[in-house]
Structures are given as C-alpha cells and as structure tokens.
Design a protein around this ligand. Structure first.
Ligand SMILES: O=P(O)(O)OC[C@H]1O[C@H](O[C@H]2O[C@H](CO)[C@@H](O)[C@H](O)[C@H]2O)[C@H](O)[C@@H](O)[C@@H]1O
Length: 289
C-alpha cells in the first residue's frame, strides 16, 4: 500500500486485515464488500420499525459498487424490509440505486436482487411459535416486550421495556425452550432474542456468495453476535479479508476483539466506505487517465 493510500484508509489493527485491505485496493474487481444492516448501515434506534439506512450510505455505495466485484448486504431482516428501510427519505439515492446490489435477508434464507425477492416458505414451527409466544410472555409477567413478526422468524425486543437487561435475562431460558420445542434456533442480539429456522447463518450465506462470485478478497462489516459467523467465513475462506466492527457502547466484546478494523458505528462505516471509494477512484483514474 502506498503512503498516499495509507493516509486515506484507516489502518488495520491486524496483519491479516492489512493483507486484506491491500488485496482489495490492488485488485478491486475481485473484492466482495459485505455489510450488515442494523447497527452497521443503519443507526440503532428504539423502535425496530423506525430504523432507516444512514442517509449517506446509499450514495457512497452507489459510487463504490461499479469499482468492486460485488456489494452484498447480509441481514437478519427480511430482504424486502432492508430494501424498504434503505430507501432515500429525500431526492438522494437509496439502496436500490446501488449497482448490482444483492441483499441476503433472514440470515441468508432470502435473496433480493434486481428488484426480485426469492424466499422459501417458512417451516411449520414458526407458526406454532407465533401462536404460543404471547402466552409465554404473559406467563412470565413480561408485558412490555415487543414482538417483531418477520414472517419466517419472530424477534422479541426488550429495548423499550422498563428494564431491558432484566427482561432479556428473564426471557432467555423460556424462549430457548420454546424454540427447541418447535425445531427453531435462538439468535441473540442487541436487546433482542430471535426465534428462527436453523440451517442458515451469515457464515453460510457469505461463504456461498464468495464462491458464487469467485471472490479474490473480502471485507465484512458487522456490529452484533449474528455477524461473528460472517467473520468466521472471512477467515475460513482463505482469501485476503478484513473483518470490520461497527462499534458502539453495546458492542459485544467478541466483535471488537476479533475485528481487523474498528470504526465508530454507522458514521464510521460510511467514512470507511467513502475512504475506500476515494482510494479506488484514484486507482482507476491512474489506470485510465
Ligand atoms: O443483521 P442485522 O441487519 O443487524 O439485523 C439484526 C436485527 O436488527 C434489528 O434489531 C436491532 O435494531 C433495532 C433498530 O435499530 C433495535 O431497536 C434493536 O434493539 C436491535 O436488536 C431487527 O429488528 C431484527 O429483526 C434483526 O434481526
């Protein structure tokens, strides 16, 4: 990496991360840029339905898209919801304006691409859990948790409860039992416990996407426990790769410990993507100018 590039891009904290950044900069058409949605592209807010993409993210991604192999959003949200919440509130671009964007939703079970969503039908256990969940919460005396119905998964949020941590603690065991009884798995996250079908995670999803695109390098940015599987996929791929932690006061220590690069929340992610766009734009100008 030249001194000029190094002065624009934030430095990696690990040797593997430095190799990954080098590979992306020197051969951008082989790079896959993977991004989580909530907490990474979209600031965390109390009401899950009010989350919206960082206003500058789609514009930066729209510039970066043609410079790299692919940009993929890997999220626990339904793919169509990430697209909806990724819309521009004003005249600027939204996520649908990012050239070639793919969104892998519900931890990789769903795919949005070129305006089309593909999604397998939810397993029967999800219906059973949907029916049982309100009664389970009532039996535990939990009246202030919020159930987010994602079609093929149900997320129980405690961020707006009177005591979010205590409520989360009280729910952990019973929700794990409920999930087990109906063949589902539990996905813990920031003030949320999700009951979802097993068999996919962000690691599977990223591995398959890297193979599909014949990736030669990879960067993945995330902020929560569900993103660790994608961090594993970056390392296990054997490709030069960079794991990025979008940090906040509620980031689990494992995320920051295992990240090659730490940035401060979605603002930091956007700044990193902008720096990458600048560096790659200069490279292209030098090549063709
Ligand atoms: O994989 P992600 O894109 O990070 O999605 C993970 C979960 O994110 C959402 O919940 C989180 O963000 C909410 C809005 O900022 C916040 O209120 C909540 O406390 C966070 O856990 C989403 O609601 C879930 O469905 C996603 O699975």
């Amino acid at each position: 990496m030249t001194d000029e590039v190094a002065s624009v891009l934030p430095p990696a904290r690990t040797a593997a991360g430095a190799v990954g950044l080098d590979a992306i900069v020197s051969d951008p058409s082989g790079a896959v840029i993977g991004l989580d949605f909530d907490g990474t592209l979209s600031p965390i807010v109390p009401d899950p339905a009010s989350a919206r993409v960082h206003p500058e993210a789609p514009g930066v991604l729209a510039e970066l898209g043609p410079m790299v192999g692919a940009i993929v959003v890997l999220t626990g949200r339904p793919a169509a919801v990430a697209i909806e919440y990724g819309a521009s509130p004003g005249p600027g671009p939204g996520l649908t304006d990012v050239p070639g964007l793919v969104v892998l939703g519900q931890y990789g079970a769903e795919r949005w691409e070129a305006g089309e969503v593909t999604s397998p039908p939810p397993p029967r256990g999800v219906d059973a859990v949907r029916g049982a969940l309100p009664g389970v919460l009532l039996s535990l005396g939990v009246r202030d948790a919020y159930i987010e119905d994602k079609g093929r998964a149900l997320a129980v949020h405690t961020r707006r409860s009177a005591d979010p941590d205590a409520t989360l603690g009280a729910l952990r065991g019973p929700l794990a039992r409920l999930a087990r009884e109906h063949g589902l798995t539990v996905e813990p996250g920031k003030m949320v416990i999700e009951l979802r079908p097993p068999g996919v995670d962000k690691g599977h999803a990223l591995r398959a996407f890297l193979a599909e695109r014949g990736a030669r390098s990879v960067l993945f940015a995330g902020d929560d426990l569900g993103d660790l599987a994608a961090y594993n996929a970056v390392r296990e791929s054997g490709l030069p790769g960079v794991t990025v932690c979008s940090r906040s006061h509620e980031t689990a220590p494992e995320l920051a410990d295992r990240a090659d690069l730490i940035v401060e929340g979605p603002d930091g992610v956007v700044a990193l993507l902008r720096a990458l766009t600048r560096v790659l734009g200069k490279g292209q100008a030098a090549q063709y100018g």
